[in-house]
Design a protein around this ligand. Structure first.
Ligand code: HPA
Length: 246
């Protein structure tokens, strides 16, 4: 198993990683978001990259997901843990809850979402019944069990286009659809990883109530930043826990 971690707003870097190599790699699909750092945690080789770029300059709809995921494949990664900050829709998904989602509804549009767009070969459809890898989910859940007193073992992650947050009506519709949390980055990331036959799961931290949830007040960006700051150290411990299970 060769593990890669994709960080985002949460886990902007992986402090525990003792760096062996840091490479910027180009692909037939263009330039990836950031460097790919290869390093060791507890004697296990791990690769880290950040989907928003090193200066957090790339918005969710502008990320070159195809390049990022392609590089991980060329680095012979077999398993990907994506760390994501999300809004909470269902009652249990309150700020600072850790969540390991098990389903996805994709509301994004206009993103390059497949490697199956070269019309000179047979189209390959992928099975996506279970979008997240169950073995990785179990590893995340047991690492969470050692780190936090409460966490959510299942959730449907609704992926919105961003970069703006949602309206109350949009969140109400998402709740009716069955979404428990809302974020902007798991698709097309998860689908592309499946196309290239890499296992993928996401560790989510709820950093705000989604629009109209909680006490219904406006969403404070300062509060989101505070929650992300508080979550970073714990996220790192959870990742270390997963690594020690390898
Ligand atoms: N909506 C969409 N994406 C998010 C949110 C949200 O409320 N919070 C963090 N990422």
């Amino acid at each position: 198993m060769k593990l890669a971690i994709i960080g985002g707003s949460l886990l902007k870097e992986l402090g525990a990683l003792s760096t062996i190599a840091e490479e910027r790699i180009n692909t037939p699909f263009g330039t990836p978001s950031a460097h790919f750092v290869t390093g060791m945690i507890d004697g296990v080789e791990v690769i880290y990259t950040n989907r928003h770029g090193t200066a957090h300059q790339i918005a969710p709809h502008q990320i070159n997901y195809k390049a990022n995921i392609f590089v991980l494949k060329t680095l012979e990664v077999t398993d990907i843990i994506a760390v994501t900050a999300v809004g909470g829709i269902s009652q249990a998904m309150s700020p600072m809850q850790w969540v390991v989602p098990d389903q996805i509804i994709d509301y994004t549009h206009g993103r390059l979402q497949t490697y199956n767009d070269v019309n000179d070969s047979q189209v390959n459809h992928i099975d996506f019944t279970y979008p997240f890898d169950e073995d990785l989910r179990v590893r995340l859940l047991s690492a969470l069990d050692n780190q936090v007193s409460e966490y959510q073992m299942k959730a449907t992650y609704g992926v919105t286009q961003g970069p703006r947050l949602e309206t109350i009506a949009e969140i109400r519709r998402m709740q009716q659809d069955g979404c428990d949390i809302v974020g902007m980055t798991v698709m097309p990331e998860a689908g592309l990883a499946r196309e290239l036959e890499m296992n993928y799961a996401t560790l989510s931290l709820v950093v705000n109530w989604a629009a109209g949830k909680g006490d219904g007040s406006l969403i404070s960006m300062d509060e989101i930043r505070e929650h992300i700051k508080d979550g970073n150290k714990i996220a790192e411990k959870i990742i270390n826990g997963v690594v020690s299970s390898i």
